[in-house]
Ligand binder design. Sequence first.
Ligand SMILES: [Zn+2]
Length: 83
Amino acid sequence: MENRKIECPVCGRIFHKGQGIKIAVSGQELIFHSKSCAIKFFKSLVLYLDQKNLEDAARMVIKEFEDRLNEVKEKRKKKLETL
Ligand SMILES: [Zn+2]
């Protein structure tokens, strides 16, 4: 493994492998130097996606987090009830 230095595809900063934020997108591994560069990348990515699909995808993601939050709230409630 000789490619230990990586260039951030968003801001061009050079950083060491292991320091960045690694995200797999459609089978490709992208590494950004920081979270804010990753967010910038995804904001642009979203603009290139089909807007109808995006609407459905956004709804699914919201639902997923909602379910997760409800689970957490439910657990918290149960904990309080057993106290
Ligand atoms: Zn960057």
